[in-house]
Design a protein around this ligand. Sequence first.
Ligand code: SF4
Length: 300
Amino acid sequence: MKEIIDKISELKEQRNATILAHNYQIGEVQEIADFVGDSFALSKKAKETACDVIVFCGVHFMAETAKILSPQKTILLPVRDAGCPMADMVTVPDVEALRKAHPDAAVVCYVNSSAEVKAVSDVCCTSSNAVSVIRSLPNHRIIFIPDENLGDYVARQLPDKEIILFEGYCTTHKRVTLEETDAARKAVPDAKLLVHPECRPEVVAKADFAGSTSQIIDYVTNAEDRRFIIGTEQGVLHWLKQKHPDKKFYLLSQKLICPNMKKTTLKTVLTALETMTYQIRLSEQIIERAYGSLEKMLRI
Ligand code: SF4
């Protein structure tokens, strides 16, 4: 393993590259990354960092978002088919049909979507800022794509808005059931339950806190509690355990593993740097229009 890590560092220097890893990546990949974070934090990092090449250890839509925000950089996704099933659930014709059915509504798309879908949406959001983005819009009606569970969570926070939901979902977070949640609570009754809003509404309703991956990390950092049941992808435990060795973490469900996030290994990162693959390529028009949706979000 040391040999691979040394080769990665050598090539990183030669290529003037930065390695970004999502919190859901395997521990070894998080260890060699220059920055670890959630999807949007990493895309912003990709934009701010002075380098020529970004190796994005995550899934396809994240690398695309980095490309939209930094079109002049070469963005590499080490595993070509590391995709996000939720992002693939909504297409441009879906958005067009929804717009036709609800012409007065604004289209808000979760960052977990393709560049093409971002390009035809009014504004993007992340799981951290979905509520504030939608609250800021003048429209009463909002078409929220693609995550039905996040949309439902937002609708509960904003009863004055009418949120039209789409039937997309995260294949990992949706697997967690109410029965498992009750069992986890019973097993560690003094632990705080922190869940991602991509979980089912009945699971979110049982939580002490619902928030994005970075908000869950912040909650743990600032809490005086010692025990936490974590209701998001298990990769985040690697970071939490390292940063908070004095605290104890329990995964809400052993099903909280995203197979696409686990495709990237040290070997695939090395190959990406050796062969400069797989490069994210988007047309100028898509970049320009998708940037508009992301930029609007950043201004809110
Ligand atoms: S955890 Fe869910 S939303 Fe995230 S990449 Fe995997 S399938 Fe997509």
